[in-house]
Write a protein that binds this ligand. Sequence first.
Ligand code: ZN
Ligand code: ZN
Length: 375
Amino acid sequence: MSALRSAIDELASVPDEELSDEELDANLGEVAHARDRLDVLQTRWMRLQSERRGHDRLGYSSPTAYLKDRGRMSAGHARRIVSMANVMVKASVVTRAWSDGRISTDQAGLLLSLVEVVPEEFAAAEEALVEIVEPLSVSDTGRALEYWRQSVDGPGELSEETQLARRGVSLSKTMGGMRRVDGWMTATAGHALETALETLMPPPGEDEERSPGQRRHDALEDLARSHLDHGDTPTVGGEKSHIMVLADPDALKGIAGGTHESLDGEVFDVETIRRLACDSSVSRIVFGPQSEILDVGRKTRVWSPAQRRAIIARDRHCVEPGCDRPPDWCDIHHKTHWADGGDTSVDSGELRCRYHHTKEHSRQARAHLRERRRT
Ligand SMILES: [Zn+2]
Ligand SMILES: [Zn+2]
């Protein structure tokens, strides 16, 4: 430990002006690397400390409380280290790659977060996963691992149905009429809101004085005002989908593991992709092996305006028994998904409000799953 301290002292004593540009760049890389290696040690020793119940002996309620105080860290930071310490022995390949500096602490954290979610699958795939994420950035690592998790675990805890159950936004009036906004949005609703806000939030100029939160507030107000001014709610007869997703043919059939994400890289589960594609314009773009675009198909409206009007006239409102949401709140659902060969005719479509549309797709997905298990 004293060798470590004096090595750091020596580095710190070099005056800034003596560092060449190349040295500066090399040093920053080395420091990041050294930090990651120290992280491995810290995590390993925290594991030992909890095994020996050091926190108990020293009067702390938990390993996290101990580390938070000892390292003067935020609770979140301490919690992350402790949870990595708890699972690192179950992931020896990850731990080795992390100690060798082949993957960073952030990448190791993402890998270790899967150890207890899908234990058997993780153990079987650990080596391959480390190899896959090694050359990737942290965000690409997260994306690759989320794809892998969905391929072995399905939507799991984050299924659309769970998200729907948890959704809710509160808007409460406080002193002076100020409002407090708080809540949870589903992945698709949140993505739609983000996309809308982004169009209203140009990149900040040099003399921008507003914080990101204040700019978001102002964009939300613009959104509300423009809605009130123009009053053009999206309707069933009009152009609908403003969400762009990338999906391969397998994803549209409900098979995970290929491509199913938004343009900016948020991974949606395949059932969400199927629901979005159930009533929206679909364009076909064929990519070659080097991601070059080979062909762009015509954008085809799945339901023609005439078919939409006929279905609205027949159903009047959401077809779910007991639900009378009007057409403006509804999608037109394919009773048999077009990706599964269902046709697009007045007979094969029905009005479903966004909520019951999602419910119906979850119901179908569960039925599919049962069928696949039987065969
Ligand atoms: Zn549908
Ligand atoms: Zn409904």
